[in-house]
Ligand binder design. Structure first.
Ligand code: NAD
Ligand code: MN
Length: 505
């Protein structure tokens, strides 16, 4: 069955020179005519121009989302029909998989290997929620005999969804899929550095039969479009993924209209390697934990704690392999690590490394910008390993969002847990040990939303993703995300044979 034969909408090439806003089911230019230029971080070359939403455009998107929600049919569809549309979105994405992967690689500078994994997951997210929504329902509750109480899960309404640049299409899928599964309308504001695949996903939603106004895409400035959405009285919920400081501002501003808020913020995730670990597996998993996506991951395991008995052996192997990580053509399957998103991020990374050196730390690998052959105008940083740190250093406490890991020794389990929790964040964490009892004991004491035991991966569709402490709140990627896009309505009725007169008037 070919999806292209079924659809009436003309498919444009995924990769093109200009991308429109999507408002009320239409591809439109910006009201001001302004555009955003998006560059390939690997080469510094222009990839495309994108219509840049103004406040006026954003207002139109809110009105369209409001109309689609208040008077439209989407939320009234039988659940199975919405599920069918979600599956169709996934099918179209799959039919254009290679094009989507290539576009993501061009827009982000990440490796093809990383983009393939992330876009596969984005597809599976729609399939997951197509299934999950069918089982999402209210409850019947125990009340005194002649009463009856049940609850209904109603879509929360119009949702502003603001996403970061590090996993563009996957973050868009994490947000759009559960929201539209329950019947909400969304206005998605992708990061200006990487808006392309989110726009294409918006187009695919229209093609798959999502009614006009249910999915709107408005690339634009965070301070303008994002802020406008967060303050808008007609927006019922904000789902934000991004940095902790902006998350705090959003929460404060959203309080003015008492919007529902979920925040997926930064991290500084610990990675604990115990003396009884399978050292080679722990080395490989820990390399992936920090250097995947060039370290530009909210759950990057950027603090590596190794038991003193195996410290020298582990760090020796870890550094040796870190130096073998291959940078270069992102479209080459043999490349291990891609580029850094832009010059600003590159400068931030380097300033953290310089601050560590000034504080007396030792750089065991990397520690500087590089230019792989043929990529002289791109933004690249060497996989960097830093030792001899103390726990108060900036490089240990602050999120860097780059390929930089600090390594430290611990002497026992208690110290490992104390160090792991000595952070404002609480997103990911990893434990490497062959002792199942220890793994469980440590997992129970770590203050983080995600614990990986002998496992390099942090999530699959279905596993809750989100943080403790200043890493935010709310969980995505799981069944419980559906609750975060719904309100629970309690319906209480009386079926007694005799009228009741509680006031006794
Ligand atoms: P960012 O906070 O700078 O921007 C995120 C988004 O918010 C962008 O779309 C931006 O345009 C928008 N924005 C900026 N200012 C705004 C404002 N005042 N009001 C509303 N929206 C505004 O983050 P980034 O640099 O794009 O992404 C990196 C950060 O994201 C890191 O801190 C990382 O840890 C975090 N992140 C977290 C997760 C997670 O699931 N916890 C996942 C990916 C990234
Ligand atoms: Mn880009």
């Amino acid at each position: 069955m070919s999806t292209t034969q079924e659809t009436k909408v003309e498919q444009e090439a995924v990769k093109r020179d200009f991308y429109h806003l999507i408002i009320n089911g239409e591809k439109v230019k910006s009201s001001t005519g302004e555009t955003i230029k998006t560059y390939n971080p690997a080469t510094g070359e222009l990839v495309a121009e994108v219509a840049k939403a103004s406040k006026e455009d954003t207002e139109k998107a809110v009105a369209a989302a409001r109309e689609a929600f208040d008077n439209g049919k989407w939320k009234k569809y039988p659940v199975g029909r919405r599920a069918q549309v979600l599956n169709k979105i996934a099918a179209i994405m799959r039919s254009r998989f290679n094009e989507l992967v290539e576009l993501e690689v061009l827009d982000t500078g990440k490796t093809i290997h990383a983009a393939q994994g992330q876009i596969t997951q984005a597809i599976e997210d729609f399939e997951f929620y197509a299934g999950a929504i069918v089982g999402h329902r209210g409850t019947v509750n125990n009340v005194p005999g002649q009463f009856h109480n049940y609850t209904e899960k109603e879509p929360v309404g119009v949702c502003a969804q603001i996403t970061p640049w590090n996993y563009p299409m996957m973050m868009a899928a994490w947000k759009i899929a559960p929201a539209i599964a329950v019947g909400c309308s969304v206005i998605v504001k992708p990061a200006s550095l990487t808006p392309l695949t989110t726009i294409v996903l918006g187009e695919i939603c229209q093609e798959a039969g999502v009614p006009a106004g249910v999915v709107n895409i408005v690339p634009g400035s965070g301070a303008e479009v994002g802020d406008y959405l967060v303050g808008h009285p007609q927006v019922d919920k904000v789902a934000f993924t991004g940095s902790t400081p902006i998350g705090k501002d959003i929460m404060a501003k959203a309080s003015q209209t008492l919007k529902r808020v979920t925040l997926e913020l930064g991290g500084k995730s610990p990675n604990l390697v115990f003396a009884d670990a399978d050292i080679d597996a722990a080395v490989d998993g820990s390399l992936f934990g920090i250097f995947y996506n060039s370290g530009q991951s909210c759950e990057a395991r950027s603090r590596l704690y190794v038991h003193e008995d195996i410290y020298d052996e582990f760090v020796g192997k870890f550094v040796e392999k870190a130096k073998k990580i291959k940078l270069g053509d992102p479209l080459d399957k043999g490349t291990h690590m891609g580029a850094i998103i832009d010059q600003g991020q590159l400068d931030t990374i380097d300033s953290y490394v310089q601050s560590a050196i000034q504080d007396g730390a030792e750089v065991l690998a990397g520690g500087k910008q590089v230019h792989p052959e043929g990529y002289e105008n791109g933004f690249w940083y060497e996989p960097t390993v830093i030792a001899n740190v103390n726990h108060d250093m900036k490089v240990v406490q602050e999120e860097i969002f780059g390929p930089v890991v600090v390594v430290m020794k611990f002497k026992d389990e208690k110290e490992a847990i104390r160090l792991a929790n000595d952070t404002d964040f609480g997103l990911g964490s990893a434990i490497w040990t062959k002792d199942g009892a220890r793994a469980t004991r440590v997992a129970n004491q770590i203050q983080a939303g995600i614990v990986m035991i002998n496992c390099p991966f942090s999530a699959f569709p279905g596993t809750p993703f989100g943080g403790y402490k200043q890493s935010g709140f709310g969980r995505e990627l799981s069944i419980e995300s559906l609750d975060l896009y719904t309100e629970t309505k309690s319906i209480l009725s009386y079926y007694g044979s005799r009228p009741i007169n509680p006031l006794g008037v």
